[in-house]
Design a protein around this ligand. Structure first.
Ligand code: FE2
Ligand code: FE2
Length: 269
């Protein structure tokens, strides 16, 4: 099986760098796992990648800025693919505080992270980072109740956390590179994996939940699991709606999983 790969960090819009790890999903495709760096007056790291690549992640961060100057680590939620290098980053960034909420602090407590390194914020509130405000938002679709997405009022970037993720056939630099059909399928598949409860929502309720996000009119949608997306909002929202009508994802059992791995690695069969 291919191993997760951290790509070199790159600028993907004003003041914003992307750290993308490609994670192979046997039998399904590849899932991007993204973290971002906002070069605000008070620099903000949004999530910290996967644990297996924590040393590479810290080196990549250090190549983009002096981690000693990092002020905030916005943890969109406490899943493993978002907090993999959290401890390692905290060590090289002693000024940085973790932005999360009460439930997030509770979950981080299980990892024995110090309370004085956290900063509590709730959806609807904003964090002033010197030359812009970052609005905390609850996404329409999420897999953990502490999830807080954010909207950068300066760049109009919407960091949507797990919402708008997509399983892709192969890695891509931007969502526009992927055909609309593949993107629609990948978005809907991810949504059924990450938020199986979507199937319990009716169309009207989902549409009403999405309305405040549509009203933000972001310049870019920067999901944790999608290449950067511009001017694709209709496709993003309609894919969520189609996921709502799908049967929730059920993963392969042991036998099917082993077969998928054998197919991916015929030399080891
Ligand atoms: Fe998640
Ligand atoms: Fe995630």
């Amino acid at each position: 099986m291919d191993q997760p790969t951290l790509l070199p960090a790159r600028r993907i819009g004003p003041d914003t760098d992307l750290f993308c790890t490609h994670v192979p999903l046997p039998g399904l495709g590849v899932l991007p796992v993204n973290a971002y760096l906002i070069h605000a007056l008070e620099p903000v790291l949004v999530d910290t990648g996967i644990g297996a690549l924590r040393d590479d992640f810290v080196a990549s961060l250090a190549a983009r800025m002096d981690p000693a100057d990092l002020r905030w680590i916005w943890l969109t939620h406490a899943d493993a693919d978002h907090m993999g290098a959290l401890r390692a980053v905290m060590e090289v960034a002693p000024q940085a505080r973790i932005v999360t909420n009460y439930l997030g602090v509770g979950k981080l407590g299980l990892h024995q992270l110090p309370l004085e390194r956290t900063w509590l914020l709730n959806p609807g509130q904003a964090l002033d980072v010197g030359n812009r405000r970052l609005l905390a938002l609850r996404p329409p679709v999420y897999d953990a109740p502490e999830t807080m997405a954010l909207f950068d009022t300066h760049t109009r970037h919407l960091f949507s956390s797990d919402c708008f993720g997509a399983v892709l056939a192969k890695a891509a630099e931007s969502a526009a590179e992927v055909t609309a059909a593949e993107l629609r399928e990948g978005l809907a598949l991810w949504a059924t994996i990450d938020a199986p409860w979507l199937a319990q929502l009716d169309r009207k309720t989902l549409a009403a939940t999405c309305l405040p996000w549509r009203d933000l009119r972001p310049q870019r949608v920067l999901s944790s699991h999608l290449p950067p997306a511009e001017e694709l909002e209709e496709l993003l929202y309609s894919s969520l709606d189609s996921a709502r009508e799908r049967t929730p994802f059920v993963g392969p059992d042991q036998q099917a999983f082993e077969q998928a791995i054998r197919l991916a690695e015929p030399a080891l069969a």
